[in-house]
Design a protein. Structure first.
Length: 286
């Protein structure tokens, strides 16, 4: 009995010695979930009520606009189907990113995290293009009930996607510990958005001053920045050798991102598939 405390201390020391530095260990809670993960689930529950109220409002005022344009005048289901596919593929990239971090492969995890953010940014670009096209057709939040409910619902969803892209880029930055990797990451991300802006502003004519030669120059500069950033990120072994401790942070970010994707599936079904052929109410000329 006199030796039991010594053995206990020895076992505890052995247990501590086997712990891997930088790896987050399971948090003991009554719910079986970490406090931060439980907080995210609680937040997502409130978001369900928020988007549920917006979708319900859209349905209540569906087909109640007294003047056009109406959904059947401007909604382009094929184009939005492409953007929906892009957003759904970002969920797959999110899963691959988490798998890479859990397997302690920082370069792979960072690549798929950036890919998820890039696909989210492409989806936002589609949304900007759609909003601009609708405005050119005369539909704004002040035009009619359809415009008010449509822009409110899809606009808030776009804001959530924007926040998700920012969170993903932050996680990718966390996976890049050396100054060189961080500079490469900033260069690649900045180059991507420069090319994206050049396409929107130049080819689609959303920003007049950037049409023509300025958009080409912006696109070329963006490609160069992406190539240099990619060379820096892939040219050397990653500075971080242990990133599994960040897996819970990325998993929490992934919960938010998957939720945003699921909400869009509902919005796409309600707004673009069910309501795409809605015209003026009975007895009202369009």
């Amino acid at each position: 009995m006199a030796h039991a405390p010594v053995a206990t201390r020895g076992a505890a020391a052995g247990h501590a010695a086997t712990q891997v530095p930088g790896v987050a260990h399971a948090e003991q809670t009554s719910t079986g979930l970490g406090h931060r993960k439980l907080l995210m689930w609680t937040f997502l529950g409130s978001e369900c009520m928020f988007f549920g109220s917006l979708i319900a409002t859209y349905l209540v005022y569906r087909n109640q606009s007294l003047k056009g344009p109406f959904p059947d005048d401007i909604i382009d289901v094929p184009v939005t189907s492409v953007s929906t596919f892009v957003l759904l593929m970002s969920s797959l990239a999110m899963v691959l990113a988490l798998n890479g971090i859990q397997r302690n492969m920082p370069r792979l995890g960072r690549f798929w995290t950036l890919m998820t953010a890039a696909l989210g940014a492409v989806f936002l670009s589609f949304q900007v293009f759609e909003f601009d096209a609708f405005a050119r057709e005369g539909l704004t939040p002040r035009t009619n009930l359809f415009g008010t409910t449509f822009f409110t619902l899809t606009g808030f969803h776009g804001a959530h996607v924007t926040l998700g892209v920012f969170l993903l880029l932050t996680m990718a930055f966390v996976f890049s510990r050396s100054r060189r990797e961080q500079l490469g990451l900033v260069s690649a991300v900045a180059g991507f958005f420069m090319v994206d802006l050049a396409i929107l502003a130049g080819s689609l004519g959303i920003i007049g001053p950037l049409e023509g030669i300025p958009s080409v120059v912006l696109a070329v500069a963006g490609v160069i920045a992406m190539l240099w950033g990619g060379y820096v990120l892939l040219g050397r072994p990653p500075a971080v050798t242990e990133v599994r401790g960040q897996s819970e942070n990325l998993e929490i970010t992934g919960l938010y991102w998957h939720f945003v994707d699921i909400v869009w599936i509902v919005i796409f079904t309600v707004v673009y598939l069910i309501s795409a052929n809605d015209g003026p109410p009975a007895g009202i000329a369009g």
